[in-house]
Design a protein around this ligand. Structure first.
Ligand code: ACO
Length: 402
């Protein structure tokens, strides 16, 4: 494939592939997907096994360094992350510059971009020690930044990290706790969030990861590249789908719960009406992550809320869609985000914050891809071509003659 691409480039022919449906932009050893069979593996390990047996911090190590850590490696990695969770005090002032009701996603991407200005000692993409330090800084500080973005959006005081806690527990405390007040982390909540982070941790060349790689291919530093990835994730067709699903379910509920009517509107292709959380560019089968999450949604929602009317609407929607020819012919199945919003809501997160949670989960995947890309001798600056459709050539006319 690579050789054919190079050969075509010398002939003047261009592959026209809008949306990169069939363009392999990189070789990668990180994540394997078989979309027809519904298979997802990180570094060869099936997602089902990692979801059942691993932890987010261990999966982060696996994605970034290629192997599951030994006990000693895991302790060292965890310790390094714990030591770097604090933000520079001047970064706190940065948050006060945003409007009070700012969406936390652009706040997060701006803050991650700003890390380039605070850590000018670790920006060289080819210095391995620099890259290692930036990796740890990102893994440690992005949860703190995300919690601050949340606190800003609800007008509450910021909390310093408590490094006696694990990564997820610390994040929950910084999000929901108050200074000088004890905060008890609910182990069920921490476990559910850890699982959701594992399921989101990587998904090969998706829109945000491709963005990270493309920006990084210009040798832009890790902070700048990840900030770009966060912005790509913001869109409703990508990470923004998890909040869009909840808006959709609440809309159906407000209109009396008429699922059949909503599905008909989707099939009529009414402008702006899609079955959010359904369909995927690669999966033409049930998304394996959605299968795992569906079970968790049942458990968590009945435990924390004693059931949920929106979950009933979601299940009815799924049932209706999966037996309808429109969805069957197009191979549209629930994707990872069909059920995640319901869990995030049950855990106490507001809808606006859901996509930030996706970003926290995807962070190790973005870092792993950036590192793989920068070390790959085959990497070239990303520079797609185009099919020009404008005027051939015309002469400039003075303004009086136009
Ligand atoms: N609801 C209704 N129809 C759909 C949906 C949907 N969710 N998804 C695709 N279709 C239809 C399209 O209208 C199209 O029909 P047509 O052939 O009659 O024109 C056909 O299925 C193919 O769809 P495309 O848009 O060409 O598929 P593509 O691969 O470009 O898009 C995407 C994939 C963006 C995920 C799409 O399925 C979608 O918009 N889904 C809803 C948003 C969503 O859930 N995004 C999250 C994706 S997963 C993630 O980022 C974690």
């Amino acid at each position: 494939g690579i050789e054919l691409g190079k050969l075509l480039a010398t002939t003047g022919y261009i592959t026209h592939d809008p949306g990169f449906v069939n363009t392999g932009a990189a070789s990668s050893a990180i994540t394997y997907i078989d979309g027809d069979a519904g298979i997802l593996r990180y570094r060869g390990y099936p997602i089902e096994q990692l979801a059942e047996k691993s932890t987010f911090i261990e999966v982060s190590y696996l994605l970034i360094y290629g192997e599951l850590p030994t006990q000693a490696q895991l302790e060292e990695f965890t310790g390094k992350i714990q030591r770097h969770t604090l933000l520079h005090e001047d970064l706190k002032a940065f948050f006060s510059g945003f409007p009070r009701d700012a969406h936390p996603m652009p706040v997060l991407s701006s803050a991650v971009s700003a890390l380039s200005t605070f850590y000018q000692d670790s920006l060289n993409p080819f210095d391995e020690a620099n890259v290692e330090l930036s990796t740890i800084r990102l893994l440690a500080k992005v949860p703190t930044l995300a919690a601050y973005a949340y606190k800003k959006s609800v007008g509450q005081p910021l909390l310093y990290p408590d490094n006696s806690l694990g990564l997820v527990e610390n994040f929950l405390r910084m999000t929901f706790g108050f200074p000088a007040e004890p905060y008890e982390v609910d182990p069920d909540v921490a476990k559910a969030l850890d699982l959701l982070f594992i399921l989101h941790a990587d998904h090969e060349q998706n829109c945000s990861t491709s963005t990270v790689r493309l920006v990084g291919s210009s040798e832009a530093n890790l902070f700048a590249s990840i900030s770009a990835g966060i912005n790509a994730l913001f869109g409703p067709l990508h990470g923004g789908a998890n909040s869009a699903v909840l808006d959709m379910l609440e809309g159906i509920q407000a209109e009396g719960g008429d699922v059949a009517n909503f599905v008909q509107r989707v099939k009529n292709k009414e402008k702006g009406v899609r079955l959010m959380g359904f369909g995927h560019r690669v999966y033409k089968n049930y998304d394996p992550r959605a299968k795992i999450i569906k079970n968790t949604a049942d458990e968590i929602l009945s435990k924390l809320k004693g059931g949920d009317q929106l979950l009933d609407i979601a299940k009815k929607l799924e049932e209706t869609a999966l037996s309808d020819d429109y969805f069957i012919e197009r191979k549209l199945y629930p994707n990872v985000d069909f059920y995640t919003g319901l869990i995030y809501r049950a855990l106490g997160f507001p809808t606006k914050y859901f996509t930030v949670l996706f970003a926290l989960g995807r962070l190790p995947g973005w870092i792993a891809h950036w590192r793989e890309m920068i070390q790959d001798p085959a990497t070239k600056i990303g520079r797609p071509r185009q099919i020009y459709t404008g005027y051939a050539s015309r002469d400039y006319a003075p303004i009086s003659e136009r």
